[in-house]
Design a protein around this ligand. Structure first.
Ligand SMILES: [Zn+2]
Length: 106
């Protein structure tokens, strides 16, 4: 059984299809397993995003945070999906919004 788990971890497209089905712009960065829990780290693939208020594109990263996207029970292990979400700066002087979070389609 342990061998099966290792095979799954090596196959990032497996995680892409399982976890991020319907979310297009995500790269799996790392998969680690410890103490019966599998951690999947992922982040957005896009260079930037459009400001939701003014629509201008920004690729200036202000900061980022790690959100816990979902937990999946899989093969007797618990799988925790963590998604790094970047916050971009909107540089437009006439826009009331200063920062906005990277959008992910669902
Ligand atoms: Zn804006």
């Amino acid at each position: 059984m342990a061998g099966e788990v290792l095979d799954m971890q090596a196959d990032e497209s497996f995680w892409d299809s399982l976890v991020f089905d319907g979310i297009d712009d995500v790269d799996v960065e790392a998969v680690t397993a410890a103490f019966g829990t599998v951690d999947v780290m992922a982040r957005g693939r896009a260079a930037g995003a459009a400001c939701p208020d003014c629509g201008r594109f920004s690729n200036r990263v202000h900061d980022s945070y790690v959100g816990r996207l979902k937990d999946l029970p899989l093969g007797g292990q618990s799988v925790v999906i963590r998604l790094t979400v970047r916050r971009f700066l909107c540089g437009a002087g006439d826009c009331p919004r200063r920062t906005f979070a990277e959008p992910f389609g669902h």
